[in-house]
Write a protein that binds this ligand. Sequence first.
Ligand code: SF4
Length: 310
Amino acid sequence: MSAPEVGVRATAGAGAGFPPIDAHRPPEAGTVSVPDAAGAAEGIPSRRLDTADKSARPGCAPFEGVTLDRRSEEELKALVAAGVGELGSIVGSTPTAGEADAEAVIGWVARNFDLSQVAVACSMADAVLPALVAAQLPGVDVLFLETGYHFAQTHDTRREVAENLRVNIVDVLPEQTVAEQDAAFGENLFGRDPARCCALRKMDPLKKALSGYEVWFTGVRREEAPTRTNTPLVSWDHAHRLVKVNPLAAWTLDQLVDYADEHLIPVNPLMSQGYPSIGCAPCTKPVAPGEDPRSGRWAGLTKTECGIHT
Ligand code: SF4
């Protein structure tokens, strides 16, 4: 696999690339800060997508409507069927022999979809997926769910990605600020009803945002959790009504970290400090070596997924 073109848009201070993962500055654990939305890379501005603003996405119809350029669901489902055959994607629980690698999966999307119809989901735990996609689709939209509860290190990583990768960061905002949600539901809803909090701050905003695209990439990997064991490379996303592509489905965490290190791709410094899976600060705890990587998410609760991928 060829290396994605990263670091070439580095701003002053970033030099030719990024320092090794462990060289990132130490975290201020538990800190939550307001994001800096100013990140931009050579004419590819970052922007904030307020899902309460139905005209926020330039060039597209309002979220409630169907975009003029978007193909029909039947056409998109036919593309999925063709992609499953071409890429040897997993069907049910049986991986097909000769499954395509991540670069080939992204290449299939690049050949079959217009750039304006492609989105990449990124939690800013690492930027391997945006970097790989941007190598073939420079300027691609990268959706960041700005819940208002992220670690400071996650905002730092978002800023590094915006400044150094050829992507367009889109901050997807909930309808309510944290203060407005506190006023409506009481403080710390995440502690009393995390399912509702995730629905308000992640699932609903993402669903609205995705309605403007034909296909989205996710970084879901099969080894992450039992609920993800059968993750296909390409499928029809019934919940969000678009094509879903998971180029890293077969990757291990070690592969991901090694690839990021080798190619100087931004990685959240928390990753090397016991946080193999990073979400909102109030709902993410470090895990011991060898423990389930996602056991630090909503620790102590039966909840294991925010609902976006289930
Ligand atoms: S992860 Fe926690 S804080 Fe973030 S949206 Fe879900 S419940 Fe709320």
